[in-house]
Ligand binder design. Sequence first.
Ligand code: SAH
Length: 345
Amino acid sequence: MDLMSMELVELSALLKELNQPAFRAKQVFSWLSKGKRPDEMSNLPKPLREELSKLQFGGARIYDKRISKKDGTVKYLFELEDGNIVEGVLMSYHYGNTMCISTQVGCKMGCLFCASTLSGCVRDLTAGEMLSFIAEVEKDVPHAEEKIRTVTNIVLMGSGEPLDNYDNVLKFLRLVSSPDGMNISVRNISISTCGLVDKLLRFTEEAPHVTLSVSLHAPSDEIRDKIMPVNKKYRIDELLKAAKNYADMTKRRVIFEYALIKDMNSDMFCADLLSKRLKHINCHVNLIPLNDVKERNLMGVTRKEAEIFLNRLTQNGVSATIRREMGADIEGACGQLRRSVLENL
Ligand code: SAH
């Protein structure tokens, strides 16, 4: 296993094998959470640094970045050790900075409106790679005050389906929230899924209580079938039941993502049906005017149309907002989102 993916217990076992005293594990773990490579771990004896350098590191490097002149959003391209490239986006809000990271190189879910899935899924990302995206950004834009973190919130909403890379995502959540490492609270982490119901039920039992976002995008199976192949396997009723279960078990509000697509899911009939189905769930709807996907002939709606849809949901008693666009001038968001970036609620 690569160094960046190792949890403290795994590092302890490794260092024991290397005949090191027990306290070294925490030192190494702390360095790794800062994205430092073995030759930079200055409080370790040189022979140990050399020994660790022989192992696979497993971290990404920043390959390129673009900064939005409009709102300071930064889009990163990360290069992995095998040469693959993935995206991440750093957005600033009044409460801190949110980093949107990818969980796979590409995606195999096949959603009609999504650019990430166009050439399928190349491979899963490791826990260490996901951790290194945060660590690299911390090094790239350190907070003005030492000991304060630049990245305060994380959303797993970039390329890939997090629940299709279940074990690595769970490990990442443990790594990034570890008090001996980055120590980012799970309350500040969101995961977004297209709705793999069996995995979601497992996640509810096993995972730390992060915020759950469900990419719903349709009020009926008939419409959802047309745009999200995953709906053929897991019907909306099942998905909503699992989402409600998550809200009940974790006492946390579930977010439903709903991209408004012209002549597809954005009329008042859809708004009313959506309201009816969500009424009994502790939730919030995030409306996103779709970024046009010309290849598929899918168009977004105007701001005005989005507001009319929003008002209807609100009148029906469903909590909803229209997501603010960020990084519009740099094609801000993670692959599939193209220009519009997610707002973490
Ligand atoms: N696979 C996960 C996470 C990645 S997608 C999921 O499905 O949730 C992140 C979000 O971007 C999802 O809500 C997705 O539906 C949305 N998205 C994808 N393409 C988009 C587009 N063209 N316009 C607006 N939102 C889009």
